[in-house]
Design a protein around this ligand. Structure first.
Ligand SMILES: Nc1nc2c(ncn2[C@@H]2O[C@H](COP(=O)(O)OP(=O)(O)OP(=O)(O)O)[C@@H](O)[C@H]2O)c(=O)[nH]1
Ligand SMILES: [Mg+2]
Length: 464
């Protein structure tokens, strides 16, 4: 068995020995990545390398500052109903847990409550599965009221589905949001009715928050700026690209799920038009079902976006598998990932490629035609970003209608309406004082302008 020790300095917040509870330090975690040795997996699913899976699991643990004392791929002939892992493995791991004084074991798989409890007994340590860990990360990251509520809701639903006793006495002593302690875990003890009541309450609050946000979005819609949303696998470089495009300083880190709540900024394209750029939460494979719903709400910006940038880390060995995961989630959001009128693939991190890989990537890009052509960039160095902006402009120009509007110079009200509700591309005043404007609007607004101002549609000359 390979032992991939990845120690990370972190403050030791030892919970201390507990009679009957986990013995070790609950900030020290052993990461287990079970994989089936006889794979019955459908070939349609792109395979992930085991090493990348282990890296990702370690990344998840590091994302909440755990001290990873060991990370082990665990080959399984079959999944055991009682303990998930075979008894030999369980014993072996228990030895490692004790030797490393780890108080926590992260099993990168979905565990049943029974399996979790049995493993906790066998390891004398707290055991969490993939869903619990991701929920924990989300709990720490959520900043907006809506984000916090959504994560708590996902958390409660997860708890309700597994009401079993675990090391609850420990959780009471520790702060924090969720599974590693705090009020979330305490409620495992509470009965279903209490959890149910809390769920209803949160759902009601969420409704309210959503209504407010829908209102905000509606009022933003009156402003004619199109919305461009960044989506992609976690750590693909969305926030880095967002910062490059907006000159903002959104947290961009080599950290899984660095971004949780959507962030919006206005950006001016070189062609002069303004867009609203939206940075969003990253996706991950085997996204826990409880979180899909939370994602859906967080991703409302994406659902309504005019253009979607699918940012991909092309230097990652699992780039293909990651892209399929992202496309799967887009599909769940009723967005067709193959609709290249709307979805632009941004091939990021090209600065990390070898000369050969770079050449072959550019060849692949060249072979694709028109809208299907991905845009290679490096969000880090800025290479290719001009091309990306151009690709965005082209998409936007296509589904917007350009109109020519003539106004009396005295029509100040009309003029200010146009500035508020359209993109004014050109403005000219003739000798007699008449104003001649070229404006651009979404198709549904064009009719109104034709009626109100007698505007005339221009041939779509700006189409790229
Ligand atoms: N070499 C290189 N590194 C990059 C590039 N773009 C992003 N990175 C790095 O990749 C890591 C992740 O970047 P982020 O921008 O935080 O990724 P993200 O997609 O926003 O990730 P989440 O918010 O976690 O979903 C950071 O360490 C970045 O510096 C790039 O073009 N080249
Ligand atoms: Mg981010």
């Amino acid at each position: 068995m390979e032992l991939k020790g990845t120690r990370q300095a972190s403050e030791a917040r030892s919970a201390g020995p507990e009679s009957g509870g986990p013995r070790g330090d609950t900030t020290k975690v052993v990461v287990l990545v079970p994989f089936l040795t006889r794979r019955a997996e459908a070939d349609a699913v792109p395979r992930r390398s085991l090493e990348a899976r282990v890296d990702e699991a370690v990344g998840l643990a590091l994302a909440i500052d755990l001290d990873v004392v060991a990370a082990l791929p665990i080959g399984l002939g079959q999944i055991r109903p009682a303990t998930y892992l075979g008894s030999g493995k369980v014993e072996e791991i228990a030895g490692i847990v004790a030797a490393e004084d780890a108080g926590l074991v992260f099993v990168d798989a979905p565990l049943s409550p029974v399996q979790q409890r049995n493993l906790e007994k066998a390891f004398s340590a707290k055991v969490i599965d993939r869903t619990a860990l991701i929920l924990e990360i989300f709990g720490q990251r959520a900043r907006t009221k809506e984000g916090v509520l959504q994560v708590e809701l996902a958390h409660l639903n997860y708890q309700r589905s597994r009401l079993v006793r675990s090391w609850t006495h420990l959780e009471r002593q520790r702060g924090g949001f969720g599974f590693l302690g705090g009020p979330g875990e305490t409620q495992i003890e509470a009965d279903r009715r209490l959890i149910g009541e809390r769920i209803v309450k949160i759902e009601r609050e969420l409704e309210q928050v959503k209504r407010t946000r829908a209102l905000h979005r509606a009022s933003r819609k009156k402003v004619p700026y199109p919305v461009v949303a960044l989506v992609g696998y976690t750590n693909a470089g969305k926030s880095t690209l967002f910062n490059r495009l907006t000159q903002a300083e959104v947290m961009a880190q080599d950290l899984l799920f660095a971004t949780l709540d959507p962030t919006l900024r206005a950006v001016q394209l070189p062609s002069g038009e303004r867009i609203i750029l939206s940075d969003t939460v990253g996706f991950i494979s085997e996204l826990p079902t409880q979180l899909v719903a939370a994602f859906r709400a967080t991703l409302e910006e994406v659902i309504e976006a005019d253009v979607i940038l699918h940012v991909r880390d092309m230097s990652h060995e699992d780039a293909q598998a990651q892209a399929s995961d992202v496309e799967g989630v887009l599909g769940d959001l009723d967005i067709d990932p193959q609709d290249h009128q709307r979805v632009i693939e941004v091939w990021n991190k090209i600065d990390r490629l070898s000369e050969d890989d770079r050449t072959s990537l550019f060849n692949t890009v060249e072979r694709r035609e028109g809208d299907e052509r991905p845009v290679p960039v490096s969000a880090l160095t800025g290479e290719g970003v001009e091309g990306l902006l151009l690709a965005i402009s082209r998409r936007l120009a296509r589904d917007r209608v350009s109109l020519k509007v003539d106004l009396e110079a005295s029509d100040g009200e009309g003029l200010s309406w146009l500035y508020r509700h359209t993109e004014v591309m050109e403005r000219r005043q003739d000798e007699e004082g008449h104003l001649h404007l070229a404006v651009r609007v979404p198709p549904d607004r064009a009719e109104h302008i034709e009626r109100r101002f007698g505007g005339r549609r221009l041939p779509a000359s700006r189409r790229g």
